[in-house]
Design a protein around this ligand. Structure first.
Ligand SMILES: Nc1ncnc2c1ncn2[C@@H]1O[C@H](COP(=O)(O)OP(=O)(O)OP(=O)(O)O)[C@@H](O)[C@H]1O
Ligand code: SF4
Ligand SMILES: [Mg+2]
Length: 366
């Protein structure tokens, strides 16, 4: 597993904020994705985590060019996708498919399952006559564990888990190499979540698929991922294999995310470090200066943190972290302290950013 399928270099997606009834003025930007570098190896599962609004979906859509990136590039098997147009882009799209969070809203309620599955095949010239297509449809349904009788049914006739299986079959219908699964199980009951995750893993083994799995739930990405990227306000703050992320998390934000997961063992649960994050996620329209996490970071230092944006740098084999003080945090040379959250917001008129502070109690190491 050393051959890259997708290489993302400095990708940015900035959404303009418009004002004015007659003249559309651009008064600012939402920096939804602001400079992400990552590589996904062929056949691996790359998990992407981070809290709501940090830019996970936009990054996934930017990689597939379902939203036009503002900057950077995406190289898919040696081809720069960012410059493709027309037919070449359409052909490339077949190889990269998306599975969405809510299968009910992503499946057209007026289309039968057969019509949903055939649509993509037809668009890419894979509908090769009645018999061949019929066989392919049966094969797809069996691959995702649905009966053949499903073909004539409509999305509302299925349960949530079955609908997600239809969404997966639709993605598979065009024989993709990469599947971007955006919160593929968050709309499902816990008991059904594991079944769908297992299905994704089985399909990966039999079809050699590569996955980018987006989830806000760390348990979901841990279960399924080879490597994990942690995102905060439009950038990656840490990336490593999933074992190391849990055993040796270095970025303060990763530590906070992990500390929020309850541990089943009551003794461990009592002793474990808990870090409550102060304040809300700052607005991606007015990101904090320097390290974007400095407004909430319990390890924030007097120098560099609020002035210098840390690069995502290599700190061990396959382990990258965007924190000036990662080594000192790991060694315990610096320790966490209480945080007074500074929230930065853009006022409703799109004028200058206003800053206000909120004091939030911190609970660290009981
Ligand atoms: N089309 C758009 N126009 C303007 N802003 C947008 C657009 N799409 C997303 N955003 C903003 O970009 C930021 C990142 O959004 P995104 O949906 O990528 O986050 P996310 O990490 O997927 O969140 P969630 O976990 O809630 O799905 C948010 O502030 C969002 O409001
Ligand atoms: S650079 Fe500073 S503010 Fe940012 S995560 Fe590291 S210690 Fe915290
Ligand atoms: Mg999302």
């Amino acid at each position: 597993m050393t051959e890259p399928l997708v290489t993302v270099e400095g990708i940015q997606v900035h959404f303009p904020i418009k004002r004015g009834l007659v003249f559309d003025r651009t008064v600012g930007y939402v920096y939804a994705v602001d400079g992400v570098d990552l590589t996904i190896q062929r056949g691996e599962t790359y998990g992407l985590v981070g809290e709501s609004g940090c830019g996970k979906t936009t990054l996934g859509r930017g990689i597939l060019r379902l939203v036009e990136p503002t900057g950077g590039r995406v190289v898919f098997e040696g081809t720069d996708v960012s410059t493709l147009k027309g037919e070449a882009l359409r052909k490339m799209r077949r190889r990269m498919q998306m599975v969405f969070q809510d299968p009910l809203s992503s499946l057209d309620p007026r289309q039968s399952v057969e019509s949903i599955l055939v649509e993509g095949m037809r668009a890419h010239g894979l509908d090769k006559g009645k018999e061949a297509t019929g066989n392919r449809l049966r094969e797809l349904l069996s691959a995702v564990g649905l009966p053949v009788t499903s073909l004539r049914k409509y999305p509302h006739e299925f349960s949530g888990g079955q609908r997600q299986r239809i969404g997966i079959a639709r993605a598979l219908a065009v024989e993709p190499d990469l599947i971007v699964a955006d919160e593929p199980v968050s709309a499902l009951d816990v008991s059904v979540q594991a079944q769908v995750l297992n299905l994704l893993e089985e399909l990966q083994d039999t079809l050699g698929l590569t996955y980018l799995v987006i989830a806000h739930d760390l348990a979901v990405v841990r279960h399924i991922s080879d490597r994990i990227g942690v995102m905060y306000l439009g950038s990656l703050v840490e990336e490593t294999d999933s074992e190391t992320l849990y055993s040796d998390p270095l970025h303060p934000y990763t530590r906070a995310l992990l500390s929020a997961i309850p541990v089943p063992d009551p003794v461990v649960e009592d002793r474990r470090e808990q870090i409550l994050l102060a304040g809300d996620l700052p607005s991606p329209a007015a990101p904090p200066t320097g390290c974007r996490f400095h407004t909430r970071c319990p390890w924030r230092q007097e120098t560099r943190c609020d002035t210098e944006r840390p690069e995502l740098r290599q700190i061990g084999a396959g382990h990258r972290v965007a924190c000036h003080y990662a080594e000192d945090i790991r060694s315990g040379a610096i320790t966490p302290h209480e945080v007074t959250a500074e929230l930065v917001e853009v006022d409703s008129g799109g004028g200058p950013a206003v800053t206000h502070a909120a004091s939030v109690a911190e609970m660290l190491e009981p």
